[in-house]
Design a binder for this molecule. Sequence first.
Ligand code: GLN
Length: 245
Amino acid sequence: MIRICHMYPDLLNLYGDCGNITAFVKRCQWRSISVSVQEVSLNDRVNLREQDFIFFGGGSDRELKLIAADLTKRKEELIEAINDGLVILAICGGYQLLGHYYLARDGEKIYGLGLMDFYTQAGSRRLVGDVVIEMSIDGLPVKVAGFENHSGYTYLGSCQPLGQVLSGNGNNGKDGLEGACYRNVFCSYLHGPLLPKNARLTDHLIKLAMKKSGDNSQLRPLETELEDQACQVVLDRLGFKKITR
Ligand code: GLN
């Protein structure tokens, strides 16, 4: 069984990011892979070491301020779990909370966990629109599409980006990078939600979470044509050629 922990679903659910949990669960169920989903919010008790996949959605500056102190109490558990292969997907505000800090537009510095080497500060304009990036999955280049809407500009230190921006802004609209990754932690500004639009990325996370759960079996493929339609809609809108298999 893959144990899923949905962090702060009542607070971090901007732009339907809970759809990422739905996509992950459905693509497991279509393969008869059993999953459990535990929702965790402020002050809830949970053993993060026992989880295989943890999801953080996006949230406004107000929610990030509410969550930061609670999340800090869980830092040591998260570090241990990440070192043990825990898979994390963190979107936008959830992404920002995993770095050193987020300097909000009102001048307040929201301290993150510092799990990854990056910081965020509110920029001069919101970065909004369709985004296409190219990332590497199992050594192969894969186009990933989504929608961004953030005022925070993120600057990476030693951690790797999730991918290179092909269209849109990404982390800060300047360095051509989008998201961040470290071990099995994947961060992105892409809403959409991200996973329903990008089946390959979803399946990649499922494979990693299966391994964390102790299941090293092969992941049965699903119908690839259907999977690309959501991503292709964005690619078409932005003039990219059809995804080739
Ligand atoms: N409040 C953060 C920002 O504006 C995150 C927004 C979000 O999660 N979409 O950058």
